[in-house]
Write a protein that binds this ligand. Sequence first.
Ligand SMILES: [Fe+2]
Ligand SMILES: [Fe+2]
Length: 424
Amino acid sequence: MHTILCVDDEENILASLQRLFRKIDCKVFTATSGEKALTMFKDQLVTMVISDERMPNMKGSEFLGRAKELAPASIRILLTGYADVTSAITAVNQGGLFRYVTKPWDDNDLLTTVRAGLSQYELMHRNRRLEEQTRHQNEELAVLNQTLEQRVAERTKALEAHNEELQKLYELLEKDLFESLDMVLAVMEAHSPRLVGHSRRVAAHVEGLAPFLGLVEYDAKIIVTAALLHDLGLIGIPHEILDKPDPLLNPAERALLQEHTRVGMETVTALSRLKMEGPIILSHHERYDGQGFPSGLKGAEIPLGARIIAVVEGYDHVLAPSYGTPIIALEQDAIEHVKAEQGKAYDPKVVESFLRMLSGSCREARTVTLKDLGEGMVLATNLSTPQGVLLAPKGTILTRPMIKRLHQLPPDKMPAHLEIIPKI
Ligand SMILES: [Fe+2]
Ligand SMILES: [Fe+2]
């Protein structure tokens, strides 16, 4: 509600103003002098001040000037006689008064003036509120701008931490995968140590061949994993069939053996992490000329990984013809076999790269003692006892259990030095 302070040294004037302003929704206070009125500002939020000009001691215009300092937002009106109009106009212009009203006033005119003044007060009040809001929002915006850089930095840090977590998770999964692979290979080794030896040699050769074929790391990893597991489906096949030379197999036994590609594929694709390896394992016995199994795929229809494994495992099978026979062939025989099958069983381009890898063998063999053996090293020559009994063929990749077994052999059963190729 608005508050109007009326100041006049004549009580009857104040009384008539009070009566008149009952028509307006407001509180009216009165004072009989400027001095008294000035004390009332402390306790009131004054919307409007109406003062007579002619008063003893303090003139109305002077009082209104002082009132402006105490309540700058208030609307100020001067009541003045005709004789004082000139000074009233000066006060309006210089003192920031809203209006002056001559005495005696017309009630309606005065009410209209007062109502207009109150409307102006409300308008100014709304403006001030809007200005305050804008200023507040600008301040918030300034603070926001100041902290924006900090918040971006914090967000970046949070993202980096998140990425680090993902990386850790990925490494953990990766580690788990290799631990799982180790477990699978341990199961294979329990079933047939030669089968694992073959798988590890094939995988090591595939890994070495990858750069010669220009494979990207991601594809190379998939093909190396597929090479490690390519004969997984042979687990469970009785040894008498597994170790039988190929020409001696009857049709049922051969069919059972050939099933290992499908069984291997189904086993690995059950693990979502190994979905990409499945089709490679399924096709590793396909031939480039379309005469292989299980689907008779031809040329580029065969997944590249399977074409690579086929060459490497063909080479390895010449060196170790079946899982139960000793190594009898020379490396040159294996190379001749691969060359002879180039374009027939094997992809010519893969053979070309494989031969380049073998001839330019980038890793040099070195001589180590038994205690220097480490997991992943590859035997550069056949490992035999001083008595000539073959312990492991050339190309065997040393595993932890294998090294442990070698350490357990009596000293007279072990050569003093071994030729190895360092871990890739
Ligand atoms: Fe194989
Ligand atoms: Fe196979």
